[in-house]
Design a protein around this ligand. Structure first.
Ligand SMILES: CC(C)(COP(=O)(O)OP(=O)(O)OC[C@H]1O[C@@H](n2cnc3c(N)ncnc32)[C@H](O)[C@@H]1OP(=O)(O)O)[C@@H](O)C(=O)NCCC(=O)NCCS
Length: 174
């Protein structure tokens, strides 16, 4: 298994987040949604994250005890390969999570070890239920979630460009 650790970035290291979010290959999963927030590009899924926003983002996100964000660092190559996050509701102790691996590192086995670390970290931070929403056509990703103990709790449809997409709601009690 890949030897990784989760690394909380400093403001100066937010270049990697910008690199991921401006890369159409990495962000393709995020394209085509009818959402309108500043900096979102529906055609590619990319999200603007210029350097003048880094400090403000770090202040509101990295210093928020209910929000966890970390890079996935390959210990052997000393490279950042992706990032993970979760957002905890302090009342319900539920947290919604996300994981993104930069496209050039896809298919190299980073997802499972990174997910294992996220689950560990969520437990440490008092999360009782970890949830995610995953399009059902991301079968390889869903298999890893289910292998790690996530259960399907529901589904909904959303529109990606002009196609209906079925999205699974999944949850793990931790
Ligand atoms: C989903 C995502 C995180 C997967 O990352 P990845 O690093 O490419 O994943 P891995 O290489 O670890 O592969 C995941 C699983 O699929 C399997 N897999 C990968 N390529 C495969 C292939 N061509 N055929 C069969 N299985 C394959 C792997 O073996 C692995 O399973 P295992 O841990 O049981 O061996 C990545 O594609 C991504 O960032 N996507 C965009 C965001 C996203 O969808 N996030 C997740 C849900 S919202």
């Amino acid at each position: 298994m890949k030897n990784i650790k989760l690394h909380k970035p400093t403001v100066d290291e937010l270049w990697f987040r910008e690199k991921c979010m401006s890369d159409p290959n990495t962000m393709a999963y995020n394209a085509g949604y009818d959402v309108s927030f500043e900096g979102y590009h529906k055609d590619t899924g990319c999200i603007d994250f210029p350097q003048d926003k880094w400090q403000e983002w770090a202040n509101t996100k990295l210093n928020n005890s209910n929000f966890f964000y970390a890079y996935i660092l390959d210990i052997e190559t000393n490279q950042f390969v992706g990032y993970v996050n979760f957002n905890k509701d302090p009342k319900t102790k539920r947290a919604t999570m996300g994981i993104v691996i930069k496209s050039e590192f896809h298919g190299q086995g980073y997802m499972r070890p990174a997910m294992m670390k996220v689950i560990e970290m969520a437990k440490e931070k008092g999360v009782e239920f970890l949830t995610d929403t995953v399009p059902e056509n991301r079968e390889k990703a869903l298999k890893v979630f289910y292998d790690l103990g996530f259960k399907k709790t529901g589904k909904f449809t959303s529109k990606k460009f002009d196609q209906e997409e079925v999205v699974a709601e999944i949850e793990k009690e931790i």
